[in-house]
Structure formats: C-alpha cells, structure tokens
Design a protein around this ligand. Structure first.
Ligand code: PAF
Length: 274
C-alpha cells in the first residue's frame, strides 16, 4: 500500500493503476462501518483508494474539529489489511488555498434537517468530496446510508456537475445492540451508549407501526418522540421521501425516517429507509 500525503504523490501512485478504481473517502478513526465500505469497494473494483482527511470546512465554529478522533497508526493498519492500493492522507494546505472558488449546497435540500442545524456544513462537505473524486478519478465511490442527506447531496452534485463517477450507497452498520457505528460514539460513556440505543429503538418502533398499517406520519413521530425521551435533546425526527420532501403519509418504498439527537457529548444521527 502506498501512502500519499501530497497530490503529486497521489498522482504518481495512481499512474501505476490500471482498471477500475473504488474509492472510500473518510475522516479517519476507522470503525467497522468504514471497513464494510472498504471491503465492498475492494470486492467490486480492480483497485482501492482510501482517503483520510479531517476536512475543516465542514465543521462549524465551535464544533469538534480539534477534538475529532485521530488514529493514524491504527487506520493505516486497517487499510493495509484491507489491501488498499493507496491511502491518501493530505494536509489542509494540499487541499485548500486561500480565497478559493467554492461550490454550495442546494438552497432547500442543503439547508433542511442537518443543513438547518449545521448551516454551511454541506457546502464544505461537497467541496472536499468534489476535490477528492476529481483527484482519485474514482469509477465507484462508496458512502454510508447513515449520512443519508450527505449521500443524497453528493448524488445530486454528481448529476448536476455531470461527474463521471458512480456513487454507491452502503447499508448502515450497527453494533450488536443496534447502535449505528460512528467515530463520534467514542465520545460516549457506557451509560450514554445504552441511552443512545433509543435512536435505533425509535426507528424500530416506527417500522413496527408502519408494518401494522399506521402510515400517518404525525402520529408515528409522536410515538418515536416517546422512545427518544432517553436522549438528552432531540433535534429532529423527520419522515421524508427519497428527495427529502416531508410526507404526510408513509409511502412504502419511497420513505426515509431520520432522527438526530444529543446523548452526552455527541450529536447522533440515524435513519431507516422504508
Ligand atoms: O462522511 C464523512 O466522513 C465525510 O463527510 C466525508 C464524506 C469523508 C467528507 O469529508
């Protein structure tokens, strides 16, 4: 595995690759969720590139940019074991210049839910994903469904900018109790991890109601909020279609139920596609 820390090194390493490139962009602190993306990318392509870059432009003032878990040595080993061809770990200076051109998230879909709570987050996220996709020349790029809005916006960017890459949505990976894996879970105490299970439980509750024939989204949300009382603060419960339009009634095959809540230090998100 070649470790590229500069764009020149990445280009040189890439020039030796022939065949399809699968790409998994990450911010490091790799867990089993990342590993499943990495393994899928490895299995479906001739070559695998993984990037680790804690992207400053997607963190808002006062968020956890400095505290974001960094585990370079362990991450490197994981990528090596997964037989990545290239691990790209650039510095901020390699990726950004002062006063550069920027792309923006769409005015509606980029500023609801996560975008409303974290205005500007998706601008920075799209900016870096565009750069990474361009640099790696990926044929297929893998993103988790846990960040459902991020995934939808990346797909929209690829469509709107006619980018020649296929975005592959990957299933959410959970621990044995149902907690969706996230690098930020590391911020929680054992007691908080138990309470954090209320997110996945609220989604299970919603699924059960829907399977029982209840499709009215107002009452489903009310029941979810009951389950979510164990969280310290619920930011939103949303029932939307795949294009992120709010739904009055669940449409089977076209619905996403999304939740964001604080438990201890981290703000957690989870969702289910119905
Ligand atoms: O999901 C993430 O880890 C980040 O948002 C991404 C896609 C690597 C861009 O920085």
């Amino acid at each position: 595995m070649i470790i590229a820390r500069t764009i020149a090194e990445l280009k040189e390493a890439k020039s030796a690759l022939q065949g399809t490139i699968g790409f998994v962009p990450t911010m490091g602190a790799l867990h089993k969720g990342h590993l499943s993306l990495i393994q899928q990318a490895k299995a479906e392509n001739d070559h695998l590139i993984v990037s680790i870059f804690v992207n400053p432009t997607q963190f808002l003032e006062g968020e956890d940019l400095d505290a974001y878990p960094r585990r370079e040595e362990a991450d490197r080993k994981i990528c090596e074991l997964a037989k990545a061809d290239i691990l790209f770990m650039p510095t901020v200076d390699q990726m950004y210049e002062h006063d550069e051109l920027s792309i923006g998230a769409p005015a509606i879909r980029g500023y609801i839910l996560e975008g409303q709570k974290r205005p500007g987050h998706f601008d920075g996220m799209l900016q870096i994903v565009m750069k990474l996709l361009n640099l790696t020349g990926a044929d297929n790029a893998y993103f988790g469904k846990k960040d459902a809005q991020q995934l939808a916006l990346i797909m929209q960017m690829v469509t709107n900018y006619f980018m020649d890459v296929k975005i592959i949505p990957c299933e959410i990976v959970r621990d044995e109790k149902g907690l969706a894996l996230s690098s930020r879970n590391a911020y929680m105490s054992e007691e908080e991890k138990v309470r954090a299970l209320c997110l996945s439980r609220s989604l299970k509750r919603a699924t059960k109601l829907i399977m029982g024939g209840k499709l009215d989204t107002v009452s489903i949300k009310e029941e979810m909020l009951e389950v979510l009382k164990e969280a310290d603060e619920v930011e939103y419960v949303a029932i939307v279609d795949r294009a992120f339009r709010p739904l009055e009634k669940v449409e089977l095959g076209n619905t996403m139920i999304l939740v964001a809540a604080w438990v201890g230090k981290p703000r957690l998100i989870d969702n289910i596609w119905i």
